[in-house]
Design a binder for this molecule. Structure first.
Ligand SMILES: [Zn+2]
Length: 181
């Protein structure tokens, strides 16, 4: 005996057209297996309907909502701080390196000695710059180009202005982006 499509109809539990309903009734009268299936499914539905949902503790949702707002605000202010700190570091590093570069170009060895004596970090940076420069020139197998002083100053100024404009614009966009959320 074939139990299809009756098994599917029983499991789906949908309302059938009268013709199919009659076919199902006739099959159920003859087939103990499908009768058992229908009986079991009904028992499952009854138990599911009878089991009650566990209610949350009183005020839970409200507390959760309140702390959610607090958590979001906290995270937002943390993000703003992080972004600000990040751009502050970049800005400081840019300005310091530019100042160092201009000082190197303008003053030469004597001023560099005084500068490095007072700031170890700047000295490290200075050495690193010189080493990087030497390395670059060694790799390129060329002698350092002798550029006019005015050209160096002009280039540094243009680059510093561009860097500052870039930093400020990215900062503003980022802060606005965080706030508008
Ligand atoms: Zn059957």
């Amino acid at each position: 005996m074939s139990h299809q499509p009756f098994e599917n109809w029983i499991i789906a539990g949908e309302h059938l057209p009268p013709e199919d309903q009659n076919r199902l009734k006739e099959h159920l009268a003859d087939c103990p297996q499908c009768r058992q299936l229908k009986c079991n499914l009904q028992a499952v539905h009854t138990r599911l309907a009878a089991s009650s949902q566990i209610e949350p503790v009183e005020g839970f949702s409200q507390r959760w909502q309140t702390t959610l707002q607090e958590r979001l605000a906290e995270r937002q202010s943390k993000q703003v701080l992080q972004v600000r700190r990040f751009f502050l570091y970049i800005g400081t590093a840019t300005i310091l390196s530019l100042v160092l570069l201009i000082t190197m170009i303008l003053a030469g060895g004597e001023w560099i000695d005084r500068l490095t004596a007072t700031a170890i970090r700047l000295q490290t940076f200075n050495q690193w710059t010189i080493e990087a420069q030497d390395f670059l020139f060694a790799v390129l197998h060329i002698t350092p180009p002798v550029l006019p002083l005015t050209l160096w100053i002009l280039l540094s100024t243009v680059f510093s202005i561009l860097a500052l404009v870039w930093i400020v614009s990215v900062w503003r966009i980022t802060i606005q982006g965080v706030k508008s959320k």
